[in-house]
Design a protein around this ligand. Sequence first.
Ligand SMILES: [Fe+2]
Ligand SMILES: [Fe+2]
Length: 372
Amino acid sequence: MNMHSSDAATAEEAIAAQEALPPLTNEDATRVAMQNTLLTPRFYTTDFAEMDAIDVTPVRADWDRLIAQMKSDPNKGHFKKTADWDHVDWDGMEPKLKAEFIDFLISSCTAEFSGCVLYKEMKRRGSNEDITTLFQLMARDEARHAGFINDALREAGIAVNLGFLTQSKKYTYFRPKFIYYATYLSEKIGYARYITIYRHLEAHPEYRFHPIFKWFREWCNDEFSHGEAFALLMKTDPKLTESLQNRLWIKFFLTAVFATMWVRDHQRPAFHAALGVDPAWYGQEVYRVTSEISRQVFPMTLDIDHPRWQPTLNRIQAANVQIVAGERQGGVAGKLKALGGRIKAGANFVALLTIPVQRNAVPDSPRLEPAY
Ligand SMILES: [Fe+2]
Ligand SMILES: [Fe+2]
């Protein structure tokens, strides 16, 4: 029998295991995964030589502990269906929920795989053993995660073609420091999202409409470790988080990542209703967890309880609805409507940036354990 992606020791093996599964003719999923908009997960490339030159000596003790823990591989074999995987009645699922849930799975699979391709490439190009070891371990995890979501999609007769995506999806260049800010945040927000849903469904199992949510606790621990790795990478060079210019970048990335999540989640009302989750409550919970964690390395947190915070996010969300409606309508009127929406979204994003931050005294060692 062929190996399953959950047992793979490397990203390459996990991808090969997925590719070896019977092909599905559905091209829609891959087409959705190929989309590049402000709201869809992107693939990134960077200056790999600069990243390869990082010296982890200043954080050596924490680094070795983290790598040893990742090498011990507590989640090997976790990301596959077991007896706990209840039957999913895809045909009986309410059509709007089914469409939003499939969209959620495709976008999650693409986001997981986006991490995989970036980390795998860093491992392939690098020669610094500390760095290549870390990136190989993270690529392994993300390939398993993406493979597992694809397994869930396959039951609905859909799969994202991971090999095709690697070859054909557009790559966005980010210089290394932007990769650190964006990827650190996406790993930590990923942790916060998975654990918040997991805890909610633990308290309200009647809302667990799909078995994949049962896997979220172990899953979030992988993301937590990945975030820890980026925290340590940032700790190797104090300028990355302390200079005035970089503080502004950090504020920008925090705001962009939080606002994107708000808009994306509000696009899936039926999905959140089925989970028994109010997207605004969920968003604020996830921001709170992420902010608390990010105090390990970022010199500020966003004021998510500021009176202008949620109303401004809601205006960005309304502007996004206008953009989507304008694009659907087409023609000159539709284009103008979409343009108006983009201007509103941009102006409100700037308004979010004017909310004063809360300063944070960063501890010497960023070391944290998953606590939620
Ligand atoms: Fe992941
Ligand atoms: Fe991750």
